[in-house]
Design a protein around this ligand. Structure first.
Ligand code: NAP
Length: 281
Protein backbone atom coordinates (compact mmCIF):
# COMPACT_ATOMS: atom_id res chain seq x y z
CA UNK A 1 0.00 0.00 0.00
CA UNK A 2 1.33 3.44 -0.91
CA UNK A 3 0.91 6.04 1.84
CA UNK A 4 2.31 9.48 2.63
CA UNK A 5 5.26 7.72 4.33
CA UNK A 6 6.21 5.59 1.34
CA UNK A 7 9.87 5.84 0.35
CA UNK A 8 10.35 5.90 -3.41
CA UNK A 9 13.12 4.24 -5.42
CA UNK A 10 13.18 3.56 -9.14
CA UNK A 11 14.94 2.89 -12.39
CA UNK A 12 16.39 5.47 -14.78
CA UNK A 13 16.74 4.11 -18.31
CA UNK A 14 15.64 4.57 -21.90
CA UNK A 15 13.64 2.51 -22.70
CA UNK A 16 12.42 0.88 -19.46
CA UNK A 17 9.16 -0.74 -20.55
CA UNK A 18 10.47 -4.33 -20.44
CA UNK A 19 12.31 -4.06 -17.12
CA UNK A 20 11.61 -6.76 -14.53
CA UNK A 21 13.09 -4.60 -11.74
CA UNK A 22 9.83 -2.96 -10.51
CA UNK A 23 8.13 -6.33 -10.18
CA UNK A 24 11.10 -7.92 -8.40
CA UNK A 25 11.71 -5.09 -5.93
CA UNK A 26 8.05 -4.43 -5.12
CA UNK A 27 7.51 -8.14 -4.40
CA UNK A 28 10.45 -7.99 -1.98
CA UNK A 29 9.26 -4.79 -0.26
CA UNK A 30 5.80 -6.30 0.20
CA UNK A 31 7.21 -9.54 1.62
CA UNK A 32 9.29 -7.63 4.15
CA UNK A 33 6.56 -5.09 5.00
CA UNK A 34 8.80 -2.20 4.02
CA UNK A 35 7.10 1.07 3.12
CA UNK A 36 9.02 1.37 -0.12
CA UNK A 37 7.84 1.49 -3.73
CA UNK A 38 9.83 1.03 -6.96
CA UNK A 39 8.87 2.54 -10.29
CA UNK A 40 10.50 2.91 -13.71
CA UNK A 41 11.32 6.30 -15.23
CA UNK A 42 11.91 6.54 -18.97
CA UNK A 43 14.47 9.35 -19.14
CA UNK A 44 15.76 10.60 -22.50
CA UNK A 45 19.54 11.30 -22.51
CA UNK A 46 19.03 15.08 -22.64
CA UNK A 47 16.88 14.95 -19.52
CA UNK A 48 19.28 12.94 -17.36
CA UNK A 49 20.71 15.92 -15.47
CA UNK A 50 17.22 17.13 -14.55
CA UNK A 51 16.21 13.62 -13.54
CA UNK A 52 19.16 13.44 -11.13
CA UNK A 53 18.18 16.84 -9.70
CA UNK A 54 14.72 15.31 -9.26
CA UNK A 55 16.13 12.51 -7.08
CA UNK A 56 17.37 15.17 -4.67
CA UNK A 57 14.35 17.48 -4.95
CA UNK A 58 11.76 14.74 -4.46
CA UNK A 59 13.78 12.84 -1.86
CA UNK A 60 13.96 9.48 -3.62
CA UNK A 61 16.04 7.03 -1.57
CA UNK A 62 17.89 5.96 -4.70
CA UNK A 63 17.70 4.57 -8.19
CA UNK A 64 18.99 1.83 -10.40
CA UNK A 65 20.53 3.03 -13.63
CA UNK A 66 20.43 1.18 -16.93
CA UNK A 67 21.20 1.65 -20.63
CA UNK A 68 22.05 4.32 -21.82
CA UNK A 69 22.79 6.21 -18.57
CA UNK A 70 25.30 4.06 -16.65
CA UNK A 71 28.32 6.14 -17.64
CA UNK A 72 26.61 9.46 -18.38
CA UNK A 73 25.18 9.76 -14.85
CA UNK A 74 28.58 9.74 -13.14
CA UNK A 75 29.41 13.49 -13.40
CA UNK A 76 26.05 14.39 -11.84
CA UNK A 77 26.69 12.41 -8.61
CA UNK A 78 28.45 13.64 -5.45
CA UNK A 79 30.56 10.55 -4.84
CA UNK A 80 31.45 7.37 -6.71
CA UNK A 81 32.32 4.18 -4.86
CA UNK A 82 35.89 3.01 -5.77
CA UNK A 83 34.76 -0.21 -7.49
CA UNK A 84 32.24 1.68 -9.66
CA UNK A 85 34.97 4.21 -10.44
CA UNK A 86 37.30 1.45 -11.67
CA UNK A 87 34.53 -0.22 -13.68
CA UNK A 88 33.66 3.18 -15.13
CA UNK A 89 29.89 2.78 -14.72
CA UNK A 90 27.17 3.15 -12.07
CA UNK A 91 24.08 0.95 -11.86
CA UNK A 92 22.87 1.99 -8.39
CA UNK A 93 22.56 5.38 -6.71
CA UNK A 94 21.94 5.90 -2.99
CA UNK A 95 20.58 9.22 -1.75
CA UNK A 96 22.27 9.69 1.62
CA UNK A 97 20.55 12.81 3.00
CA UNK A 98 20.99 14.72 -0.24
CA UNK A 99 24.41 13.27 -1.12
CA UNK A 100 24.11 11.04 -4.17
CA UNK A 101 26.55 8.12 -4.12
CA UNK A 102 27.10 5.89 -7.17
CA UNK A 103 27.76 2.16 -6.88
CA UNK A 104 28.10 -0.73 -9.30
CA UNK A 105 26.47 -3.96 -8.12
CA UNK A 106 26.56 -5.74 -11.52
CA UNK A 107 29.95 -7.43 -11.09
CA UNK A 108 29.42 -8.43 -7.45
CA UNK A 109 25.94 -9.70 -8.33
CA UNK A 110 27.34 -11.74 -11.19
CA UNK A 111 30.16 -13.34 -9.22
CA UNK A 112 27.95 -14.10 -6.21
CA UNK A 113 25.49 -15.86 -8.48
CA UNK A 114 28.18 -17.76 -10.41
CA UNK A 115 30.03 -19.00 -7.32
CA UNK A 116 26.86 -19.94 -5.39
CA UNK A 117 25.02 -21.63 -8.25
CA UNK A 118 28.00 -23.44 -9.80
CA UNK A 119 29.72 -24.10 -6.44
CA UNK A 120 33.17 -23.23 -7.78
CA UNK A 121 36.37 -21.68 -6.49
CA UNK A 122 37.42 -18.83 -8.78
CA UNK A 123 41.07 -19.54 -8.03
CA UNK A 124 40.72 -22.75 -10.11
CA UNK A 125 39.08 -21.11 -13.12
CA UNK A 126 40.70 -20.38 -16.49
CA UNK A 127 38.09 -18.07 -18.00
CA UNK A 128 37.38 -16.82 -21.50
CA UNK A 129 35.31 -13.64 -21.52
CA UNK A 130 33.42 -12.79 -24.71
CA UNK A 131 32.78 -9.03 -24.93
CA UNK A 132 34.27 -5.86 -23.48
CA UNK A 133 31.22 -3.59 -23.03
CA UNK A 134 29.83 -2.21 -19.77
CA UNK A 135 28.69 -5.54 -18.32
CA UNK A 136 31.99 -7.18 -19.31
CA UNK A 137 33.93 -4.49 -17.45
CA UNK A 138 31.91 -5.02 -14.27
CA UNK A 139 32.32 -8.81 -14.49
CA UNK A 140 36.02 -8.70 -15.38
CA UNK A 141 36.98 -6.31 -12.55
CA UNK A 142 35.13 -8.40 -10.01
CA UNK A 143 36.55 -11.73 -11.26
CA UNK A 144 40.04 -10.20 -11.13
CA UNK A 145 39.47 -8.75 -7.64
CA UNK A 146 38.25 -12.11 -6.39
CA UNK A 147 41.24 -14.06 -7.69
CA UNK A 148 40.25 -15.77 -10.95
CA UNK A 149 43.24 -17.90 -12.06
CA UNK A 150 43.35 -16.64 -15.63
CA UNK A 151 41.26 -14.38 -17.87
CA UNK A 152 41.37 -14.20 -21.66
CA UNK A 153 39.26 -11.45 -23.20
CA UNK A 154 37.91 -11.61 -26.74
CA UNK A 155 35.94 -8.74 -28.25
CA UNK A 156 34.84 -7.85 -31.79
CA UNK A 157 36.47 -4.41 -31.33
CA UNK A 158 39.82 -5.52 -29.99
CA UNK A 159 40.89 -2.07 -28.75
CA UNK A 160 38.14 -2.17 -26.11
CA UNK A 161 39.43 -5.54 -24.89
CA UNK A 162 43.00 -4.15 -24.84
CA UNK A 163 41.88 -1.14 -22.80
CA UNK A 164 40.16 -3.38 -20.25
CA UNK A 165 43.09 -5.84 -20.04
CA UNK A 166 45.52 -2.97 -19.51
CA UNK A 167 43.53 -1.81 -16.47
CA UNK A 168 43.37 -5.33 -15.03
CA UNK A 169 46.90 -6.55 -15.58
CA UNK A 170 48.22 -5.44 -12.19
CA UNK A 171 45.61 -7.52 -10.32
CA UNK A 172 45.14 -10.64 -12.49
CA UNK A 173 46.69 -12.88 -15.15
CA UNK A 174 44.83 -11.34 -18.07
CA UNK A 175 45.38 -11.08 -21.81
CA UNK A 176 43.37 -10.35 -24.92
CA UNK A 177 42.98 -12.82 -27.76
CA UNK A 178 42.10 -12.41 -31.41
CA UNK A 179 39.74 -14.46 -33.64
CA UNK A 180 42.44 -17.00 -34.63
CA UNK A 181 43.19 -17.78 -30.95
CA UNK A 182 39.62 -18.10 -29.72
CA UNK A 183 38.99 -21.77 -30.55
CA UNK A 184 42.12 -22.97 -28.71
CA UNK A 185 41.33 -20.69 -25.76
CA UNK A 186 37.82 -22.19 -25.41
CA UNK A 187 39.31 -25.69 -25.69
CA UNK A 188 41.68 -24.97 -22.77
CA UNK A 189 39.17 -23.03 -20.62
CA UNK A 190 37.11 -24.18 -17.63
CA UNK A 191 34.74 -21.18 -17.75
CA UNK A 192 33.26 -19.41 -20.80
CA UNK A 193 31.33 -16.20 -20.14
CA UNK A 194 29.21 -14.47 -22.76
CA UNK A 195 28.81 -10.78 -21.94
CA UNK A 196 27.84 -9.77 -25.48
CA UNK A 197 24.24 -9.22 -26.45
CA UNK A 198 24.45 -11.97 -29.10
CA UNK A 199 21.52 -14.34 -28.57
CA UNK A 200 19.36 -11.91 -26.64
CA UNK A 201 15.66 -11.59 -27.51
CA UNK A 202 14.63 -11.11 -30.34
CA UNK A 203 17.86 -12.50 -31.91
CA UNK A 204 17.46 -15.87 -30.23
CA UNK A 205 18.91 -17.85 -33.17
CA UNK A 206 22.35 -16.30 -32.82
CA UNK A 207 25.28 -17.47 -30.73
CA UNK A 208 28.72 -15.93 -30.17
CA UNK A 209 30.88 -18.98 -31.02
CA UNK A 210 30.32 -22.19 -33.04
CA UNK A 211 28.49 -24.94 -31.15
CA UNK A 212 31.23 -27.47 -32.04
CA UNK A 213 33.72 -25.66 -29.80
CA UNK A 214 31.73 -26.38 -26.63
CA UNK A 215 32.83 -29.29 -24.45
CA UNK A 216 31.91 -31.06 -21.24
CA UNK A 217 34.81 -29.67 -19.16
CA UNK A 218 33.31 -26.16 -19.41
CA UNK A 219 30.99 -24.10 -17.30
CA UNK A 220 29.18 -21.87 -19.79
CA UNK A 221 27.73 -18.68 -18.36
CA UNK A 222 25.57 -16.23 -20.28
CA UNK A 223 24.68 -12.80 -18.86
CA UNK A 224 21.54 -12.77 -20.97
CA UNK A 225 18.34 -13.76 -19.11
CA UNK A 226 15.84 -13.23 -21.91
CA UNK A 227 15.58 -15.97 -23.06
CA UNK A 228 16.47 -17.90 -19.92
CA UNK A 229 18.22 -20.54 -22.00
CA UNK A 230 20.04 -18.90 -24.90
CA UNK A 231 21.14 -20.84 -27.97
CA UNK A 232 24.66 -20.84 -26.47
CA UNK A 233 23.43 -22.40 -23.23
CA UNK A 234 21.29 -24.95 -25.07
CA UNK A 235 24.25 -26.17 -27.12
CA UNK A 236 26.47 -26.10 -24.05
CA UNK A 237 24.00 -28.31 -22.18
CA UNK A 238 23.83 -30.68 -25.15
CA UNK A 239 27.65 -30.85 -25.18
CA UNK A 240 27.62 -31.92 -21.52
CA UNK A 241 28.78 -28.59 -20.09
CA UNK A 242 27.31 -27.06 -16.92
CA UNK A 243 25.32 -23.89 -17.61
CA UNK A 244 24.60 -20.66 -15.76
CA UNK A 245 22.03 -18.10 -16.98
CA UNK A 246 21.95 -14.32 -16.41
CA UNK A 247 18.94 -14.45 -14.11
CA UNK A 248 21.09 -14.96 -11.00
CA UNK A 249 23.14 -11.87 -11.85
CA UNK A 250 19.97 -9.88 -12.34
CA UNK A 251 18.57 -11.01 -8.98
CA UNK A 252 21.78 -10.37 -7.03
CA UNK A 253 22.62 -7.00 -8.59
CA UNK A 254 19.09 -6.01 -7.53
CA UNK A 255 19.47 -7.60 -4.09
CA UNK A 256 22.67 -5.64 -3.42
CA UNK A 257 20.95 -2.39 -4.46
CA UNK A 258 17.98 -3.29 -2.22
CA UNK A 259 20.33 -3.79 0.72
CA UNK A 260 22.04 -0.44 0.08
CA UNK A 261 18.66 1.38 0.07
CA UNK A 262 16.90 -0.43 2.91
CA UNK A 263 19.71 -1.67 5.14
CA UNK A 264 17.87 -5.04 5.23
CA UNK A 265 19.02 -8.40 3.81
CA UNK A 266 17.15 -8.92 0.54
CA UNK A 267 14.79 -11.91 0.16
CA UNK A 268 16.72 -13.28 -2.81
CA UNK A 269 14.76 -16.51 -3.32
CA UNK A 270 11.48 -14.61 -3.52
CA UNK A 271 13.07 -12.11 -5.90
CA UNK A 272 14.29 -14.93 -8.14
CA UNK A 273 10.87 -16.62 -8.12
CA UNK A 274 9.10 -13.38 -9.08
CA UNK A 275 11.43 -12.88 -12.05
CA UNK A 276 11.30 -16.52 -13.16
CA UNK A 277 7.50 -16.55 -12.97
CA UNK A 278 7.36 -13.60 -15.35
CA UNK A 279 10.07 -14.87 -17.74
CA UNK A 280 8.72 -18.41 -17.88
CA UNK A 281 5.10 -17.31 -18.00
P1 NAP B 1 27.30 -2.93 -24.24
O1 NAP B 1 28.11 -2.08 -23.31
O2 NAP B 1 26.59 -2.30 -25.38
O3 NAP B 1 28.31 -4.06 -24.81
C1 NAP B 1 27.90 -4.96 -25.82
C2 NAP B 1 29.00 -5.99 -26.09
O4 NAP B 1 28.49 -6.94 -27.04
C3 NAP B 1 30.28 -5.40 -26.69
O5 NAP B 1 31.37 -6.18 -26.30
C4 NAP B 1 30.01 -5.58 -28.21
O6 NAP B 1 31.18 -5.63 -28.99
C5 NAP B 1 29.33 -6.93 -28.20
N1 NAP B 1 28.48 -7.15 -29.38
C6 NAP B 1 27.23 -6.67 -29.58
N2 NAP B 1 26.75 -7.09 -30.78
C7 NAP B 1 27.74 -7.86 -31.33
C8 NAP B 1 27.84 -8.58 -32.55
N3 NAP B 1 26.85 -8.61 -33.44
N4 NAP B 1 28.98 -9.27 -32.78
C9 NAP B 1 30.00 -9.26 -31.89
N5 NAP B 1 29.96 -8.58 -30.71
C10 NAP B 1 28.83 -7.89 -30.44
O7 NAP B 1 26.18 -3.75 -23.45
P2 NAP B 1 26.24 -4.29 -21.94
O8 NAP B 1 25.55 -3.32 -21.04
O9 NAP B 1 27.64 -4.69 -21.64
O10 NAP B 1 25.28 -5.57 -22.02
C11 NAP B 1 25.72 -6.76 -22.65
C12 NAP B 1 24.78 -7.92 -22.37
O11 NAP B 1 24.77 -8.21 -20.97
C13 NAP B 1 23.32 -7.65 -22.74
O12 NAP B 1 22.79 -8.81 -23.35
C14 NAP B 1 22.65 -7.38 -21.42
O13 NAP B 1 21.28 -7.76 -21.41
C15 NAP B 1 23.45 -8.29 -20.50
N6 NAP B 1 23.39 -7.83 -19.11
C16 NAP B 1 22.81 -8.64 -18.18
C17 NAP B 1 22.72 -8.24 -16.86
C18 NAP B 1 22.07 -9.16 -15.85
O14 NAP B 1 21.71 -8.67 -14.78
N7 NAP B 1 21.95 -10.45 -16.13
C19 NAP B 1 23.25 -7.00 -16.47
C20 NAP B 1 23.86 -6.18 -17.43
C21 NAP B 1 23.91 -6.61 -18.76
P3 NAP B 1 31.84 -4.27 -29.57
O15 NAP B 1 32.62 -3.68 -28.44
O16 NAP B 1 32.71 -4.75 -30.68
O17 NAP B 1 30.72 -3.40 -30.03
Amino acid sequence: MITSKTVLVGLLGHPVGHSQSPLMHNAAFAAQNLEFAYTAFDVAPDDLKDAVAGIRALGLRGVNVTIPHKVAIMPFLDRIDPLARRIGAVNTVVNDQGQLIGYNTDGLGYVRSLVEEMKIDLHDQAAVLLGAGGAARAVAFTLADQGVKQLKIYNRSREKAEFLAEQLKSIAAVKTIGPSELKAAVEAATLLINTTSIGMHPHVDEMPIPAEWLHERLIVSDLIYNPLETKLLRHARQAGARTHSGVGMFVYQGALAYELWTGQPAPTELMRESVLKRLEG
